[in-house]
Design a protein around this ligand. Structure first.
Ligand code: ARG
Length: 458
């Protein structure tokens, strides 16, 4: 009946054609071919070493698998939906090529531990690549921070002008965020980098396998300690999707700022033409498509995390077919994060900022009001009273359509006799910025030191 199926023995009826397609994963898990073959070679090698299968068979298996690898890479391998997934596609082809030796490969193994292995191998490499992309973007941020040292801009809270800051300080804020993202990826790698093979279907295997040897061959520092957990655990994929969601959240905030800063109202940055598109009707338009799209893609990465969490929710131990649904959200998250990081690294490096506009905005909107209050505190006023005095001065400015730098000494003295002409040196944006010297502050010397620290942290 189901002669083409590797598990056809107990079946009398062929699989329904639609069910076959509905249950197959080959269309999306074929990207695991390299990991599948690498895992099988290690497994076969161990089976040979343990005397579980003949060494001549191991030789045939390894040779056959390498040929299959070449075929897949050359694009000449014919993937079959009726063989369901990448594991059975490769195994069936191997048996067709080398006969009984190929049929011995699956000894002491199940697709349940095999698929867990393949995903871990795959994600492990991707995590390393994603860390490298994070480095690229962090380098672009350092580049912008160093290129524009000394440029001031308004810092915002509630998107209202708050206090002047250095543009470099703002760039280095994103550097901090991405550094934590990298830490989360590295942390995820620790729990991904554990060998599940040897768990069998769920309970282990009756053959005298050597899991530690397979771990060594595949460069896993550890093996999993419970066979049930080994085949039912997808925490590592969830951790990755969570870390990826936080990372995309960071990129979405940066996107939003770049979109805002590119408006004709702000004019803080000019994104390179190569990262923008025009409008088919409005000739003046240059749209910030890349940051908009990354902001949008954040939604799909969150969606992937929710999808995977929901797939795993309430699943009884151990493997359940539901878990085949782990791959698409995982792969899509990997692709989306890598693409977003890559495009951002280039876009950030190439963006040009407008120091004049930023500088004007930094001095407007009563941005140095806190500096006046701090000045009064240094003259002996309790902070709350100083706050009240400056509040009144701001009110006066609003009523007279002025800003803080325009007030004369006589006007200042209407609000407090403690104010003297030394006030003027405190309320320039440069003075405001450079007064914030404590660790983590926006003073030029501080920011320079943090840039150096970031560069040494490599
Ligand atoms: N295609 C399956 C998956 O991705 C492989 C494991 C199937 N195991 C099984 N017992 N049906 O999850």
């Amino acid at each position: 009946m189901s002669k083409d199926k590797l598990w056809g023995g107990r079946f009398t009826q062929p699989t329904d054609k639609f069910v076959e397609e509905f249950t197959a994963s080959i269309n999306f898990d074929k990207r695991l071919y390299h990991q599948d073959i690498r895992g099988s070679i290690a497994h076969a090698t161990m089976l040979g070493k343990q005397g579980i299968i003949p060494l001549e068979d191991v030789e045939l298996i390894v040779k056959g698998l390498k040929e299959i690898l070449e075929q897949i890479e050359a694009g000449t391998f014919d993937f079959s939906v009726s063989l369901e997934d990448i594991h059975m596609n490769i195994e069936a082809r191997l048996s067709a090529k080398i006969g009984d030796a190929g049929k011995r490969l699956h000894t002491g193994r199940s697709r349940n531990d095999q698929v867990a292995l393949d995903i871990r191998l795959y994600l492990r490499d991707e995590l390393v690549e994603i860390s490298a992309y994070l480095d690229l973007l962090m380098d672009s941020l350092i580049y912008q921070a160093e290129e524009n040292l000394g440029v001031v801009m308004p810092g915002f809270t509630h998107l209202q002008t708050a206090q002047p800051i250095l543009f470099s300080h703002h760039m280095m804020a994103y550097h901090e965020m991405l550094k934590r993202d990298k830490g989360r990826m590295e942390d995820c790698l620790k729990r991904t980098n554990v060998l599940p093979l040897g768990a069998g279907a769920l309970a282990g295997t009756t053959f005298p396998i050597d899991r530690e040897h397979v771990a060594e061959l595949l460069e896993f520092p550890e093996v999993t300690r419970n066979s049930l957990d080994s085949v039912s655990d997808r925490d590592f994929a969830l951790e990755f999707c969570s870390a990826a969601s936080i990372l995309m959240m960071h990129l979405s905030r940066f996107s939003e700022e770049l979109i805002l800063w590119s408006t004709s109202e702000f004019k803080f940055v000019d994104l390179s033409d190569s990262f923008c598109t025009g409008s088919s009707i409005m000739p003046q338009k240059k749209n910030p498509d890349v940051p908009e799209l990354v902001r949008g893609k954040t939604g799909r990465v969150y969606g992937n995390l929710m999808a995977l969490l929901t797939v795993m929710k309430s699943l009884p131990l151990a493997y359940n077919k539901d878990m085949q649904e782990d791959k698409e959200p995982l792969f899509d998250t990997i692709d989306t994060v890598k693409g977003s990081l890559k495009v951002f690294a280039d876009m950030v490096r190439e963006m040009r900022i407008n120091p004049t506009r930023m500088g004007q905005a930094a001095g407007a909107g009563f941005s140095t009001a806190t500096d006046v209050a701090d000045y009064l505190v240094r003259k002996g006023l309790p902070f709350r009273d100083a706050h009240e005095v400056v509040g009144k001065a701001v009110r006066y400015c609003i009523e007279n359509e002025m800003d803080i730098p325009e007030l004369s000494l006589a006007e200042w003295q209407l609000f407090s006799g403690k104010i003297d002409k030394d006030i003027f040196a405190c309320i320039t944006v440069e003075a405001s910025v450079n007064a914030r010297k404590a660790t983590g502050g926006t003073a030029l010397e501080r920011v320079k030191a943090e840039i150096e620290r970031a560069k040494e942290g490599r």
